[in-house]
Design a protein around this ligand. Structure first.
Ligand code: ADP
Length: 506
């Protein structure tokens, strides 16, 4: 058996294949969900920090401006020089900016986030680096016009020397109109990448291990589940015609294999029964053939023992042998009919004829036989009953029934043959007032070679072989015409056989 011919291997492969698909889908799903949630967490962290920083910066700038305004008012009284005043204001603005930006930057309390504050010209005012010396740089686009938060990713390089960076950028409108600032908060993507990498590694290890274990487990289970099959096939291999009585083991009658074994056992039982039947047939047949042969042999032996015999002695011997030969021929003929019927190869020579005419004709033939036994044969038939079937076989059926009826009816008795037609069914009944069939034998009389009273039927065999095949053949003939033959009644007052045949006139 090639490896792939084994159900066990195929089952295991299917199992592992399906599990691999499930695990793959599961891993991809988990990975995608984790990546998404990590990104969302990063984004919302950056966004929150940025918002907080923006409001801090605005507040610091406002506070600084308010303080400066107070100082300027006080100084105005001392120095009245206009130029110095303007210069002082510009200087103050720079200072305020710086201080506000510085304290804003210092306020950020996430060590993983870097922050930078630029003025409108792109000049860095203040910044604070994050862990790992990450600086928030000027974003790769022009100054943004509104105050919304922009999120962007700067990809890392291939070798992993520089990590990717996620940035949140926002414009902050300061107290002085026309002088906005840009706050950039940045965070390295390394932590996210590392977490995802760890998950990937877990999958790389766990999935193959899970598949290997599942494969081994599946193989073991398949072997266990299919073990009864191996036992069954080993046992089945040992069964032949000689030990058809053996049966396959049924581990669990309710499961599929148990049902298979039970079905197989049923088949064996049927085969066994038909083998037994065949064997019985052979035994019965040889037994039937042996009797006339041994009678002939004895007759010949006895006749030849004396060198000279009279003509009448030779004639008697030959007549005896002729009777046995005819009997033998009849038995062989009957067996041949049944063998061909069994094989479904007995030809039906169908023709159209009148059944009542056939019955009348058969009754006339039977009367000659009956006359010798002083048995009367009466006929009562419906007239003009057209029929389509094998006339020869139906004649044989009637003769077999009549032969039995006459044979088992004592002198002075009568046999009634009748034909009735109702609902397209012809009923042919053969009734006698003979000895009847013992109740114990009634169920068996249609079996081949069965005789209720062996000595009598053989001794009195006239038309039939007396081998116990007559009723078996008669029943087969009725069935070959889609009908059936039954013993309707049999007791001390006689027996009634009825053949029911559907009228199938073409
Ligand atoms: P056989 O060749 O012995 O007649 P059959 O198959 O025709 O064989 O009949 C089987 C047995 O049925 C007979 O041996 C006989 O005992 C019984 N039987 C059949 N028909 C009748 C009948 N009309 N009356 C009594 N017994 C009958």
């Amino acid at each position: 058996m090639k490896t792939f011919d084994s159900i066990r291997t195929r089952l295991t492969l299917w199992y592992v294949g399906v599990l691999a698909l499930v695990l793959l889908a599961f891993s991809i799903g988990v990975y995608a969900m984790l990546a998404r949630s990590l990104n969302e967490r990063l984004n919302s962290g950056l966004r929150t920090s940025l918002e907080v920083m923006a409001s801090t910066l605005a507040r610091e700038l406002a506070e600084g401006a308010a303080e400066a305004a107070g100082e300027t008012q006080a100084g105005e009284e001392k120095e009245a020089d206009e130029e110095t005043l303007v210069e002082g204001e510009i200087k103050a603005k720079g200072e305020i900016e710086k201080e506000a930006a510085f304290s804003t930057v210092e306020d950020l309390n996430s060590p993983d986030q870097a922050i930078a504050i630029f003025n409108v010209q792109g000049r860095l005012i203040s910044e604070r680096a994050a862990r790992g010396d990450l600086h928030a740089g000027w974003p790769p686009f022009d100054f943004i016009s509104d105050e919304s938060v922009r999120l962007l990713t700067l990809p890392g390089d291939q070798g992993g020397k520089r990590d990717g960076v996620r940035m949140a950028v926002r414009r902050v409108q300061a107290y002085t109109p026309g002088a906005p600032y840009l706050i950039v908060v940045a965070q390295s993507l390394r932590a996210t990448a590392e977490e995802l990498e760890l998950l990937r590694r877990i999958f790389y290890f766990a999935v193959p291990i899970a598949l290997t274990l599942a494969g081994l487990g599946g193989f073991f289970l398949a072997r266990k589940a299919l073990a009864p099959v191996a036992v069954m096939s080993a046992r089945a291999r040992r069964i032949s015609a000689d030990n058809l009585g053996e049966r396959l083991p049924v581990a669990n009658a309710r499961d599929e294999l148990g049902q298979l074994a039970a079905t197989f056992n049923d088949l064996l039982a049927r085969l066994n029964a038909s083998f037994d039947q065949q064997r019985q047939f052979m035994t019965d047949a040889s037994h039937e053939l042996r009797t006339p042969l041994s009678v002939m042999h004895t007759t010949a032996e006895v006749t030849l023992k004396q060198p000279r015999r009279t003509e009448s002695e030779y004639r008697d011997a030959l007549e005896m042998m002729d009777a046995q030969v005819r009997r033998l021929a009849r038995i062989v003929e009957d067996m041949f009919t049944l063998a061909r019927a069994d094989a479904g190869r007995h030809p039906l020579h169908q023709s159209d004829f009148y059944l009542d005419e056939l019955i009348g004709e058969t009754a006339r033939a039977a009367r000659m036989l009956a006359a010798r036994k002083e048995v009367a044969v009466e006929v009562a038939t419906a007239s003009d009953v057209p029929f389509h079937g094998d006339e020869g076989l139906l004649r044989q059926m009637l003769l077999n029934l009549l032969d039995n009826a006459i044979r088992y009816t004592p002198a002075g008795g009568h046999v009634r043959l009748s034909l009735t037609l109702s609902d397209s069914i012809c009923e042919i009944s053969v009734a006698d007032n003979g000895t009847g069939i013992p109740a114990t034998a009634q169920s068996r009389i249609f079996e081949r070679f069965y005789r209720a009273d062996e000595s009598r039927s053989r001794a009195e065999a006239a038309g039939g072989s007396g081998a116990g095949l007559g009723l078996a053949i008669a029943r087969w003939i009725a069935e070959a015409h889609d009908g059936h033959l039954e013993l309707r009644r049999s007791d001390e007052s006689g027996s009634i056989f009825v053949a029911s045949l559907p009228v199938n006139v073409r």
